[in-house]
Ligand binder design. Structure first.
Ligand code: TEU
Ligand code: CA
Length: 557
């Protein structure tokens, strides 16, 4: 397999709004990030993925951009950005920008011009359609509730928005749009940034007829069959690669909702004509309902193993995986697949980290994951800030689809705000995130769960993640070895091996609080394999062994 630095690195995602506030206005900012680069260096990551920092009216916390070449005022200035980039580079850290180009803000100058008249040169930058008998052009629902179409009185037509009303979709079939986007990307590359994480890039090419979709729980049609991995998406990404990406040494990852293994082999093929890797969603859906994320369903481990193993095996040698449990759209993994009760929080957070970091692919750590940060104890709908959570609650309770109490429970468990509460730096007010009033509640467990405490304690989750990262740098097999799943049907244990040349690696994780009997492959026991990491003391590999609650271990031969 061809080697590449972006296969060997570890990425850390920062959600700037919630990372560190330097000026006491309650909102995280660029100077706050610059001040914490030393922390990230110490953790050992190589690349920082910055969620959007561009100018934005913040309908969707920066994922609605009104100027791609300006910095959001709340976050600072372009000078602050340049200083952050410079300081990061000085410390050997790379910066990956979030690129949100499936849509802009409705306050972007392109859209302000586009909506003025049917004839103006910007009209075709977006997707406008006539109504159908006085109603929306088709039955599609938006990701954030309601129709995916917004009527605009000025020209008596509708525009498409797969996300909020304030996020009109760009028309990628228009070559002028592609040119503008590529020029903007080049401008950032010339500034010296090191890569792009591309927001919902799998949705940029729509089937031109825009047919009605199958109707789901909320009464709207699903757009994905006509939008996800649409007709020209690969062509447009190849064009992007040729005009921009291939000219620089970048790390690129496409957020690809609806991506299948077959599609991923095109987006992230080893021949590297499009992107380095994709974010797939299948392992995030194992505890969801079918296409409806609002529920309590618990994951079934054999299903999770089947999904992750399919991605590991199918992309082997053909494309490259990204590895993630968390991001700013997902609840905290320790509350979701682990156990966030104090007794097991750290053990299970370490177990989950082990399980993911020993796989093939580029690992992504989301801020606070390295501390085992948990979901937030929301007490009422007023605690939420996220547009998706608020709209979903309103829509499903008002239509009587879900009872208010149940819906509150679901939102509480699955809301994106669980991951967006401030980073917990120490045990002072607001977890050291801000000296002012934070824009969203700080998790009250900051008194015990925080950076300061964990950096001072050798057996913390922080030090465990530090070790996982450093192992990846020491053992090539962790990056390049081939993966094989053991015990596919086991309900509690996740065990797999990796192989590279004559080296072997064994990872065993107990996903439960019950003790589990386990018989490791003989060669590891007989060959006196070396233990690389484990979340308990006193571990030894034996032919008949018992794993303790949430125990994880890795052996190398
Ligand atoms: O997310 C798109 C996506 O497919 C989801 O994860 C989505 O956010 C959904 O709500 C999950 O329930 C990206 C960004 O990561 C997200 O923050 C943005 O809100 C969205 O695109 C629109 O830009
Ligand atoms: Ca601030």
């Amino acid at each position: 397999m061809e080697k590449a630095w972006w296969k060997e690195c570890v990425v850390y995602q920062i959600y700037p709004r919630s990372f560190c506030d330097s000026n006491g206005d309650g909102v995280g900012d660029l100077n706050g990030i610059t001040g914490k680069l030393g922390y990230l260096k110490d953790l050992g990551v190589d690349v920082i993925w910055l969620s959007p920092v561009y100018q934005s009216p913040n309908d969707d916390n920066g994922y609605d951009i009104s100027d791609y070449q300006a910095i959001m005022e709340e976050f600072g200035t372009m000078e602050d950005f340049d200083r952050m980039l410079y300081t990061a580079h000085e410390q050997g850290l790379k910066i990956m920008m979030d690129l949100v180009v499936n849509h802009t803000s409705d306050e972007h100058v392109w859209f302000r011009r586009s909506r003025k008249s049917r004839e103006n040169p910007y009209r075709d930058y977006y997707i406008w359609r006539d109504g159908r008998e006085g109603k929306e052009p088709n039955n599609w629902g938006s990701c954030f509730g309601g129709s995916a179409w917004q009527y605009d009185g000025a020209t008596d037509m509708y525009y498409l928005h797969l996300f909020s009303r304030k996020q009109p979709d760009l028309n990628w079939d228009n070559p002028k749009v592609r040119k503008e986007v590529f020029e903007m990307m080049t401008w950032w590359c010339e500034k010296g940034i090191d890569g792009f994480r591309m927001d919902v890039i799998s949705l940029i090419s729509k089937q031109p007829q825009l047919p009605d979709g199958p109707v789901g729980e909320g009464g709207y049609g699903d757009f994905s069959p006509y939008v996800a991995n649409g007709p020209h998406v690969h062509e447009y990404l190849q064009e992007m690669n040729e005009s921009v990406l291939s000219k620089y040494d970048l790390i690129t990852v496409g957020e690809c909702s609806g991506v299948t293994v077959e599609e991923a082999k095109k987006y992230a093929a080893s021949s590297n004509k499009e992107l380095n890797m994709v974010f797939q969603f299948e392992h995030m859906d194992v505890d969801g309902g079918e296409g409806f994320k609002w529920n309590h369903k618990k994951m079934h481990l054999p299903e999770l193993k089947a999904v992750l193993s399919k991605w590991q095996v199918s992309l082997q040698g053909k494309a490259w995986n990204s590895l993630y449990w968390c991001n700013h759209d997902q609840p905290r993994i320790v509350s979701r697949l682990g156990d966030d009760r104090e007794e097991y929080r750290e053990l299970s957070a370490k177990m989950l980290g082990t399980c993911l970091h020993m796989m093939q692919g580029t690992p992504y750590i989301y801020q606070g994951e390295e501390l085992g940060m948990t979901n937030y104890p929301f007490s009422s709908m007023e605690d939420f800030r996220d547009i998706e959570s608020i709209h979903a609650y309103q829509e499903y309770t008002e239509k009587g689809i879900v009872k208010p109490d149940d819906m509150f429970d679901y939102v509480r468990y699955k809301s994106r705000d669980n991951s967006r509460t401030p980073m917990q730096w120490d045990d002072t007010d607001n977890g050291g995130f801000t000296s002012g009033t934070p824009w969203i509640g700080v998790n009250p467990n900051y008194k015990t769960v925080n950076v300061k405490e964990q950096r001072n304690r050798a057996d913390s989750v922080f030090h465990y993640y530090q070790k996982l990262i450093s192992l990846r740098k020491q053992y090539e097999i962790i990056v390049y070895g081939t993966y094989e799943l053991l015990l596919p049907d086991h309900e509690r244990l996740y065990a797999y091996t990796r192989a590279l040349g004559d080296q072997k690696l064994l990872t065993v994780c107990n996903f439960s609080e019950e003790r589990q009997n386990y018989e490791p492959p003989k060669e590891f026991v007989e060959g006196q394999a070396k233990r690389l990491i484990s979340n308990y003391e006193q571990v030894s590999l034996e032919i008949q062994m018992t794993l303790r609650p949430y125990e994880a271990m890795v052996y190398w031969l």
